[in-house]
Write a new protein. Structure first.
Length: 566
């Protein structure tokens, strides 16, 4: 009898609850009606339409790849810029910057020649070589003297150049799109990938492809993980990445309609906090990113901890080793305190590594590697029903320059493990020597570990952009950083040459003293522009600066007497 009584009581409670709820709703509706009866119907209609508009707009914000705050800010500045006076002032400033950029970009062009049309008759071999030599003289040789951050990583030895010349002659026309026509290049790419998988401690299942550079390797990895997410039913894939991750991840997100979940790095060590990554994982997470080391600060993210988080939640972890990929594997891990960062970690599913950086190959080549073909197959493209036949390609490109693959293959065989080990130690030891030297300049403050291949620093006592400008006048080209302001030096083999570090640190000390003694002066040129740009809240204006810079790279020299070659 008890169960039946219990069932009866539950039914009565439910019935009374529904009655009470109905009465409550009636009372609420009556109160609302009473409040609205004094409002004009037209006003009520307008308010309803406006509320509907806001709800719809909010829905659009939720679907956007940008945050609601960013979208609202962009809309606000768009309205402000629509004011004619404001737009006129902005246009005037951009024109000034465009002129400055034009003079800066073309400063070395004293050739007096610009080819704007094909010549009617082809030039003779000697003429073409003569023109090429003329253009070569426009280049600054300072990168071989160790005065440039990154850019050229090899010291261009004579023997190495002999290898490149001979390999180039043999494979200039090769194209891996035709593997049966060019079997040598096909084999070379396969061997490069196997050697790189071995370096990254990949098992027999490890695989990958070559690409034209680090950005393309990153883009391919994002494509693969997005496609994997799609197959799993994810319709709005997300990338979780540190704010220090390479800009190529943002480019990939824009290309592949992925939402970026950016996690600011910690101020104390400029690494991402794994706990924040864990909190950001949801059903839409397609991949997690870590860097070894990151570009702005030269710090290695805690890949071991992040790997375990990724494995637990079955989310692929991509390790961006574009900088460290050809340094870290060649160091004694215990001597240099290098933690695990590669396929030995079970959560690491893909990696990018630049052969054309510390792999010392000519530009441009890189590799993207995967733990298994399960991931790689998501990178492949195949159109089975094309009238031109079944079309399949491993990367975004169809035709590729086989000569880049051949040069990469030749470089790796030429150097071998022992040479890479010696060069990796030289780069890291030089980096740490510069880092320790910067530590001893009180006005400068290190950012990040700066213990692999990048020395990053800032200052809260002097204008760091003025420091960069003055170092540039001494022919030291440092890379500018923002948010916060800073500079860094990416160390190459050219910085390991005798006397370079001592001269660099000496100039740093002299420039700092000069700024301290003359505090009222301001930075000029590109350094001043960079310092100003990060203070502009409307980032669309900064984008126009960037557009002007890129446009200038494709423009004719504005201030030299030109002879058009037609």
């Amino acid at each position: 009898m008890i169960p039946r009584i219990d069932h009866y009581l539950k039914m009565e409670i439910a019935k009374n609850f529904l009655l009470l709820s109905g009465e409550t709703l009636q009372i609420f509706a009556h109160l609302v009606e009473k409040q609205l009866q004094d409002i004009e119907k037209s006003h009520l209609l307008v308010a309803t339409l406006f509320l509907t508009f806001l709800i719809t707009l909010f829905g659009r914000f939720r679907d956007a790849r940008k945050s609601i705050t960013t979208v609202v800010k962009d809309k606000f500045f768009k309205v402000v810029r629509s004011i004619p006076y404001v737009q006129k002032k902005i246009d005037e400033e951009i024109e000034k910057i465009r002129v400055d950029l034009s003079h800066s970009i073309h400063a070395s062009d004293n050739s007096g020649v610009f080819c704007s049309k094909l010549p009617e008759m082809g030039m003779k071999t000697e003429q073409v070589v003569e023109m090429a030599d003329l253009y070569t003289k426009m280049e600054s040789p300072k990168y071989l003297e160790g005065r440039v951050s990154g850019a050229v990583f090899s010291d261009e030895s004579e023997e190495e150049m002999k290898v490149y010349t001979e390999v180039f002659k043999r494979f200039a026309w090769s194209n891996p799109l035709w593997p049966k026509l060019f079997p040598g290049v096909r084999k070379m790419e396969a061997e490069v990938i196997r050697m790189c998988c071995d370096l990254m401690n990949g098992g027999e299942e490890a695989c990958g492809t070559m690409s034209t550079g680090g950005s393309m390797s990153i883009i391919l990895a994002c494509l693969a993980h997005r496609n994997r997410a799609y197959k799993r039913g994810v319709t709005k894939p997300e990338i979780i990445l540190p704010s220090s991750a390479h800009a190529a991840f943002y480019k990939a997100a824009e290309l592949f309609c992925m939402h970026v979940v950016e996690i600011p790095v910690e101020k104390k060590d400029h690494k991402v906090d794994p706990r924040k990554i864990k909190k950001s994982i949801n059903k839409n997470t397609a991949m997690i990113v870590g860097s070894t080391p990151n570009f702005p600060y030269g710090s290695m993210d805690d890949i071991e901890t992040i790997s375990e988080i990724a494995y637990k939640y079955d989310v692929p972890l991509h390790v961006d080793a574009c900088l460290g990929g050809f340094i870290l594997p060649f160091l004694n891990a215990s001597e240099y305190e290098i933690p695990k960062f590669d396929f030995r970690l079970r959560g690491v599913c893909s990696m990018s590594a630049d052969t054309h950086k510390y792999g010392l190959t000519p530009k441009g080549s890189s590799v993207v590697l995967y733990k298994s073909k399960e991931y790689l197959h998501n990178q492949y493209f195949c159109h089975t029903d094309w009238q031109g036949g079944i079309y399949a390609s491993p990367t975004l490109e169809g035709s590729r320059a086989g000569v880049n693959i051949a040069l990469c293959w030749a470089t790796m065989l030429y150097h071998g493990k022992s040479s890479y080990e010696q060069k990796a130690r030289a780069v890291v030891d030089t980096t740490r020597k510069i880092r320790d030297g910067i530590k001893n300049i009180p006005e400068l403050k290190l950012q990040g570990a700066s213990d692999i291949c990048i020395v990053s620093f800032t200052s809260d006592k002097i204008d760091i952009h003025r420091f960069q400008d003055m170092m540039n006048r001494r022919e030291w080209q440092l890379s500018a950083l923002q948010f916060p302001s800073g500079v860094h030096l990416m160390v190459t083999l050219n910085h390991t040459k005798e006397g370079v570090v001592d001269e660099f640190l000496s100039d740093c000390r002299e420039v700092v003293k000069n700024i301290v003694d003359n505090p009222s002066k301001k930075a000029e040129g590109a350094a001043a522009l960079y310092g100003m740009a990060q203070k502009i809240p409307d980032r669309s204006i900064v984008r126009e600066f960037a557009n002007a810079y890129l446009d200038t790279c494709y423009s004719e020299p504005p201030f030299v007497k030109k002879t058009r070659l037609e």
